[in-house]
Ligand binder design. Sequence first.
Ligand code: T5A
Length: 222
Amino acid sequence: MSTLNNLIGQFTTPSANEGLFLSIEGIEGSGKTTQINFIKQFFEDKGYSVITLREPGGTRFGEKLREAILESTSPLHPLSEAHLFVSSRTQLLYEKILPALRDKKCVVILDRYIDSSLAYQGKARGLGFETILKLHLNSPLNILPKRTFFLDIDLETSMQRQLLRGNKKDYFESEKKDFYLSLVAGYREVASLFTNRVKRIDATVSAAEVSELIKADLEALL
Ligand code: T5A
């Protein structure tokens, strides 16, 4: 734990003179897209300009990587996966996130960020949190959001929501049950590692109830 805390201590967050950096995390079907739309409206109503971005993706280069990963038909080595996500993230920080944060009235909301790498590649793929954190120690990757909402749902809820949507399964959505159980556990470990930043929310309740919990936290944060 102390090695992990030592690594975490090497990360920074945007200063009070910069914009607000938020991310939202959770397994498939946890409601990230739904809540991002809510958070966007919440800040626009208060006069902020809001930028929403997704990972992997968000830049031309990142979108190509997204396609390469999520449409891959053969298994990638976990370290290849980790490096591909980190490459997409680096480019997103460089092209979009850091320039946007220079404006104090800007809110950047990310659909997935470093915690996805910790949960998916670090825990579920077995690389370990230490390996993932070490990949992020250099600038511009060593910046963390001010708040991360972790939408916590169980595997059954995730499966039900995916069934309702009925889309074709991507690279990760074809994984076995054990992978997903490990993923849920990984996210919960991440939340207990970053207690000040990550707000864990029970997202098995209705979307409106989840939004209310997020709203209460944001009001307190501002
Ligand atoms: N990945 C990503 C890594 O492995 N490592 C990394 O470092 C990164 C960055 C990306 C994949 O890449 C992996 C993780 C992912 O597998 P993606 O398509 O961007 O894939 O992400 P998904 O999680 O697959 O996106 P989803 O669209 O499936 O999930 P969302 O956005 O969480 O869910 P949402 O809002 O679309 O909702 C799903 C359905 O549930 C309903 C909605 O109406 C919708 O139909 N819903 C609710 N129903 C009931 N109650 C609620 N509270 C509800 N909230 C939403």
